[in-house]
Unconditional design. Structure first.
Length: 386
């Protein structure tokens, strides 16, 4: 609901200091309290993610954070980032990003927040701004524009329906749509897919699960394939060695050996896919807090396999296989294996996300295993030219 005429002006201030950053992190808890689909992220995880000391993103990027206040009350937040590894914008200009956008349903608040982020980008010589990226394209990406009635999977955002309209009023245009596909594990595969899978793996190809006793090396291997497979794709930012280390540590409690699969030929891994238990399902009733009993509940739920949903956030095929028949077949066999293994572990639904709306091969793969596009996230952008 928009602010009434005569209300105090909106003031945007840096989120400087521990108290301000805590207000920044907790603001969505109030704004989204009436949305039954929203899940409060773990506050401690958010503190680590936004810390230059703990998040290796800051080794190749800089960021700033602001709070919007009206009459002494926090009414919005936003970040601005410049990732030196990110590609240039479509017009060739250096690109800045905004993210972590959360605000009351008020055009003045959105205008003040986006104007502040844009000014920060201009001051750094950036000619284009797009987002939301929170903070990187390899973290939470996009603004939810369709699928508000279901909760988000881990590392996927959830936004109020009014946010996109406010961005469009400020001159932002949709640059890319990202889709999330829902795959139910119990139903049989479509007939055409079943016939293809029954032919068996191509000669010389072996599927193997994650080797948990070599976790750092295994995560490094899948990141190597990921960086090779997706280089040159829209928005691609490579994962750095430091980010690989951080990923291995963060994913350790979530990784299950038989939910991560590699395809190998002659001992060389050429494709992979990762399926992670949906952390959001496990933390839904914790209200963002791990104390006093949140840790125990979370660890027990993950260890006992109490989640019935999961997400496939990473997969890829090496470039020298991607354009041939193997490049089309290997992801299908891997995802089918993940689907069957997930079902055996009590997982009823897998989300494959995110998938670029224009990525027809990935969309065909998701549909080949019975997937339905049920959420859409949008990247908005605008030129900063005077």
């Amino acid at each position: 609901m928009s602010a009434e005429w005569g209300s105090p002006p909106v003031e945007v201030v840096p989120a400087a200091g521990r108290a301000a950053m805590e207000a920044f992190i907790r603001l969505p808890e109030r704004l989204m309290a009436g949305d039954s689909s929203w899940i409060a992220p773990l506050r401690q995880e958010r503190r680590m993610a936004l810390s230059a000391r703990h998040n290796p993103f800051f080794r190749h990027a800089e960021a700033a954070f602001w709070l919007a206040r009206r009459g002494g009350r926090v009414v919005g937040r936003i970040s601005a980032q410049h990732d030196r590894l990110a590609p240039t914008a479509a017009d060739g200009s250096a690109a800045g990003h905004f993210g972590l956008l959360a605000a009351e349903d008020d055009p003045a608040v959105f205008a003040a927040l986006l104007g502040t982020a844009e000014a920060w980008c201009r001051a750094r010589g950036l000619g284009h701004v797009s987002g939301p990226f929170s903070l990187s394209i390899n973290e939470e990406t996009g603004l939810l524009v369709q699928g508000f009635d279901t909760p988000p999977m881990l590392m996927m955002p959830h936004d109020p329906p009014y946010a996109g309209a406010h961005l469009e009023r400020l001159g932002y245009q949709g640059e890319q749509d990202l889709l999330a596909y829902r795959v139910d594990t119990a139903p049989p595969l479509p007939a055409a897919t079943t016939a293809l899978v029954r032919r068996g793996l191509p000669e010389g190809i072996v599927l193997r699960p994650l080797r948990r006793d070599r976790l750092r090396q295994e995560v490094g291997l899948l990141v190597e394939i990921f960086n090779e497979a997706w280089s040159g794709n829209w928005g691609f930012v490579p994962l750095t060695p430091e980010e690989v280390d951080a990923m291995a540590a963060a994913l350790k409690p979530l990784l299950r050996e038989r939910l991560v699969w590699f395809a190998e030929t002659e001992g060389r891994a050429v494709a992979f896919a990762v399926c992670l238990p949906n952390l959001n399902e496990a933390i839904r009733d914790l209200s963002g807090r791990l104390l006093p009993l949140g840790w125990a509940k979370l660890l027990w739920r993950l260890k006992a396999g109490r989640t019935t949903t999961a997400r496939v956030p990473l997969m890829g095929v090496r470039r020298d296989y991607a354009d041939g028949m193997l490049g089309r077949l290997l992801p299908l066999f891997i995802v089918d294996t993940l689907r069957r293994e997930a079902l055996a572990q009590g997982i009823q639904t897998i989300e494959m996300s995110w998938v670029l709306a224009g990525n027809r091969p990935m969309r065909r793969l998701a549909e080949a295993v019975g997937g339905e596009a049920y959420k859409t996230y949008r990247i908005y952008g605008r030129s900063l030219a005077a």
